[in-house]
Design a binder for this molecule. Structure first.
Ligand SMILES: Cc1ncc(COP(=O)(O)O)c(C=O)c1O
Length: 389
């Protein structure tokens, strides 16, 4: 088939491919433990589901404004104003079907072919994919295990050229489980202002942070006018399948991202938006309960991985991913991943699925029960120790 040339520029997300491989093995009768996919295993809280059901019963089943219903934009503006300590107006909020469309929207509305976007690497693969898709150049800033999977601000500044248009950051971080400190964020903001750049700050894991305070560039002076802050409902409220996220951005960008929506999805799903209002305004005990549960699982998996000969793992500080170093096995991380899938029936991801600086690492999602982790980790140990023999 002769596809349009631009399609060769678009990447993918390996998590979905590995999930398909694992499901294929399951279809052949093999038992697989799933640590590959990054979605909360909890059910969406009942009050949120009830709000969606009520909206359906009330026939909230029609098109809504493309940028989201006024009540939800108001609820998001209030939530972010309080949470990130900055005044956000409803017209600075655009609601989209997930955080992913917000990433796509931010990059496509701002970045021209030939311009450069600095992206820490390894990272969520969609940033690099969309930057390539618009004909721009991703400039990869290595995340250093020795620096707790962060980077020196001076190294970031060295990467800025005349062509740099944007920096993308993500804290807490997928796949490394690391965070950017307030000092890191302040350093990044200084560079963004000094060089007149745009900052995309993907904060979908902002509520899943363990012992630190979440630092957002939106809270820094002079940053609201040059930041697209992305958050959503998938991770915080276990709503991955509902497809709802949002961006906080200057009004002109909100209007352009809305135009993308008008061209592709028309509007976010009507009754899901009603449920999202309940998510933000209803009780928040689910968020704290799930965060505490992720800490329990993190403590277990961190200990279990470090107990395997040849594996070392930094302690995750947020999100729900462990990113162990498996370089001592002397083979590509993808081969280690495939070995674990076939030999132990354990599905995880290879770090290189998140970019070239992820080589030598695996990503285990611990968005699964402690019981599953306790069953799976001994299998990982046994299987990896075979590779050492
Ligand atoms: C860093 C990051 N950003 C965005 C997303 C996408 O979130 P959503 O389900 O809201 O599209 C994910 C999902 O894995 C993610 O890890």
């Amino acid at each position: 088939m002769k596809l349009a040339d631009r399609m060769s520029l678009m990447g993918t997300e390996t998590a979905f491919e590995v999930l398909a491989m694992a499901k294929g093995l399951e279809a052949q009768g093999k038992k697989i433990m799933h640590f590959e996919i990054g979605e909360p295993d909890f059910d969406t809280p009942q009050n949120i589901k009830d709000a969606a059901c009520k909206a359906l019963k009330d026939n909230q089943t029609h098109y809504t404004p493309a940028c989201g219903i006024a009540d939800l934009r108001q609820a998001i503006a209030e939530h972010i104003s309080k949470d990130r300590r900055v005044e956000v107006k409803p017209e600075e909020v655009v609601v989209l079907p997930g955080a992913k469309p917000a990433i796509y929207g931010a990059i496509t509305t701002l970045v021209n072919p030939g311009e450069e976007v600095i992206i820490p690497n390894p990272s969520f693969p969609i940033y690099e994919s969309v930057v390539n898709f618009v004909g721009a150049k991703p400039v990869l800033l290595p995340l250093d295990e020795e620096k707790d999977f962060r980077f020196d601000i001076s190294d970031l500044e060295k990467m800025v050229t005349k062509k740099t248009k944007m920096i993308c950051i993500n804290s807490p971080h997928n796949p490394c489980g690391s965070i950017l400190t307030k000092k890191d964020i302040q350093g990044i903001c200084e560079i963004v202002k000094r060089h007149n750049l745009w900052l995309v700050s993907d904060e979908v894991y902002s509520k899943l942070i363990y012992n630190d305070e979440h630092a957002s560039p939106l809270s820094e002076p002079g940053m609201k006018e040059r930041t697209i802050m992305i958050d959503g409902f998938s991770k915080t409220y276990a709503m991955t399948g509902w497809r709802l996220g949002y961006a906080i951005a200057p009004k002109e960008l909100v209007d352009m991202m809305t135009r993308i929506g008008i061209n592709i999805w028309s509007c976010p799903v009507s009754f899901v938006q009603k449920a999202a209002i309940e998510a933000l305004r209803g009780p928040q005990d689910f968020v704290e309960k799930s965060r505490k549960e992720y800490i329990r699982r993190m403590e277990y998996i961190h200990g279990a991985l470090n107990g395997i000969d040849g594996v070392s793992c930094r302690k995750p500080r947020g999100a729900f991913y462990a990113f162990p170093n498996v370089k001592s096995f002397g083979m590509p991380a993808k081969d280690v991943m495939t070995h674990l899938l076939n030999d132990a029936g354990v599905a995880c991801l290879h770090g290189s699925a998140f970019g070239k600086y992820g080589e030598g690492y695996l990503r285990f999602s611990y968005a699964t029960s402690l019981e599953n982790l306790q069953k799976g980790m001994p299998l990982v140990k046994e299987s990896l120790e075979k590779l050492k023999k």
